[in-house]
Design a binder for this molecule. Structure first.
Ligand SMILES: [Ca+2]
Length: 497
């Protein structure tokens, strides 16, 4: 078992050693068939009489609906379809009808619905390029968005794995109906303004929403970026523009309350392809940190591309995303197969232990946490040492890049300590100054049934100065969780406000 800790300094090094953007090799042809009715073709002609195999994956929005006609379509009442099947209740019920894909003008033979939305079809060459087009009643494309992905497979292509995660975009899905959330105000309402909107900063939010929607779908519990964003804004789920992961867990567990489903605490780990394979094989979508750590996408499967192992991802995109570009792509095609960290949470039948500790620090300082066994995680500014001894803990700089045309970095980076399933006992948290300034330390401590003990501790710091707090942690809800400044301020109890 590897500890889920990653060196802050590595992130900085990564900036300078990232390979230059290179065109991904594409010996297998990949096409996107937009839901707007445009036809796309393979680049080459298919030899007459020869059989070719295409893999068609993904899903798109073919319209909007409402509570009367589509009572199962809440919360956003969007109607979806994949290569063959359409739905008006988020794939709870599926049928065929007037929305379908054509290949060379015909409906492909896809006899059975597949919940991963991947279909493999054989196409006999006609001596011309193969053509693909999405039909929507011949008329009704204005309220559509998204695209299907089509791969021309080479002989002996191994099967891909994928999950039927609905691909949300940060921008509006679809553009022309009220479900578009791209311009919704984003982040902590006390510290952000009207220029902080989902399409600019909401990649992490959107990836979480996809994950929650996927897990909740089995119980008819659908999430989307707007629903999650609204809840986080009302429940201190943001530190400025940073999503507090375990607030997402709290949201899921409250939203799923009447179902047996519960979300585990969030795990964070550096790049680990083997673990990623295990998780995806077990049906667990994994959030990947890409683009030098400043952007988030959701891995939903794996595949081979030009003989290279890569991963299907849903990319939330950003403000300028074309609504007919599928969020479904691969890590190889878009990010040179690079990622720095993985974040995931499992949905399990209750009871699932929900205990965790998250610390978020905004300041010119670093955190050094010592657990009840004397193990440490964090950065000791005094010595320059980086510690990663607490099992499964992570300490990371969270800083998004704006997903608009500026691409500028969030000017409120947060240092986040995360520890799922902490052991009971006393944790010492040292706030060690790098520079002069004010800091805010936010503490989110959850007991095993998800009860939150929350504190915001303000202070000021100078280089090398150390402020210390103690967290007396117990996962037992009857014991309570106590947080106090060691000296000189004494806050005896902050108990589930
Ligand atoms: Ca339509």
């Amino acid at each position: 078992m590897k500890t889920g800790f990653f060196l802050l300094s590595l992130l900085i090094v990564t900036l300078s050693v990232m390979p230059p953007a290179a065109a991904a090799p594409e010996s297998i042809e990949v096409l996107y068939v937009p839901a707007n009715g445009n036809q796309v073709s393979t680049a080459a002609s298919l030899i007459q009489g020869q059989t070719y195999t295409f893999r068609i994956s993904g899903m798109f929005v073919w319209g909007g609906c409402g509570p009367v006609v589509c009572p199962g379509g809440a919360p956003d009442y969007t109607r979806w379809a994949d290569a063959r099947f359409m739905t008006d209740d988020h794939f709870h019920n599926v049928h065929t009808g007037y929305v379908y894909l054509t290949i060379n003008g015909s409906i492909p033979h896809i006899p059975q619905y597949s919940p991963d939305h991947i279909y493999t079809v054989q196409v006999v060459g006609t001596g011309a390029p193969a053509t693909f087009r999405i039909q929507d009643g011949g008329c009704c494309y204005a309220d559509n968005s998204g695209a299907l992905r089509v791969e021309l497979l080479s002989p002996g292509e191994p099967p891909a794995i994928a999950m039927g995660v609905k691909p949300f975009s940060q921008y509006s899905v679809p553009v022309v109906i009220t479900a578009g959330w791209g311009e919704d105000r984003y982040g902590d309402p006390r510290t952000t303004d009207e220029s902080d909107i989902i399409c600019r900063w909401g990649c992490n939010l959107t990836a979480w929403a996809m994950m929650l929607d996927y897990y909740g779908a089995a119980y008819g519990k659908h999430s989307n970026p707007r629903e999650l964003n609204n809840w986080l804004r009302e429940h201190e789920g943001y530190i400025v523009r940073g999503v507090v992961y375990n607030k997402v867990v709290q949201y899921a567990n409250e939203y799923w309350g009447e179902t047996p489903l519960r979300l585990s605490p969030v795990r964070v780990e550096g790049r680990n392809d083997q673990r990623l394979h295990q998780l995806l094989s077990a049906g667990i979508p994994v959030m990947l940190r890409v683009n030098n750590g400043n952007h988030f996408v959701l891995a939903v499967g794996e595949t081979m591309q030009s003989g290279v192992q890569t991963w299907y991802i849903h990319d939330p995109g950003g403000c300028n995303a074309d609504p007919y570009t599928s969020p479904l792509t691969t890590l190889l095609s878009r990010y040179q197969n690079q990622y720095t960290h993985m974040y995931w949470a499992e949905a399990q039948a209750a009871p699932t232990p929900r205990s965790s500790i998250t610390l978020a620090l905004g300041s010119p300082a670093e955190l050094l946490i010592t657990d009840p066994l004397g193990r440490r995680t964090g950065i000791d500014v005094r010595t320059g040492e980086i510690h990663s001894e607490i099992l499964d803990s992570s300490y990371l700089l969270e800083q998004l890049a704006s997903d608009d045309e500026t691409g500028g970095l969030d000017d409120h980076p947060i240092k986040m300590f995360n520890l799922p399933l902490p052991m009971d006992g006393s944790y010492t948290v040292e706030i060690i100054g790098r520079d002069n300034g004010a800091y805010t330390l936010d503490v989110f401590a959850y007991d095993e049934i998800g009860g939150l003990t929350r504190a915001t501790l303000p202070g000021s710091i100078t280089p090398g100065e150390v402020d210390t707090i103690t967290i007396i942690y117990s996962a037992d809800p009857d014991e309570g969780i106590h947080i106090r400044y060691a000296h000189p301020i004494f806050l005896p109890f902050i108990r589930k406000p």
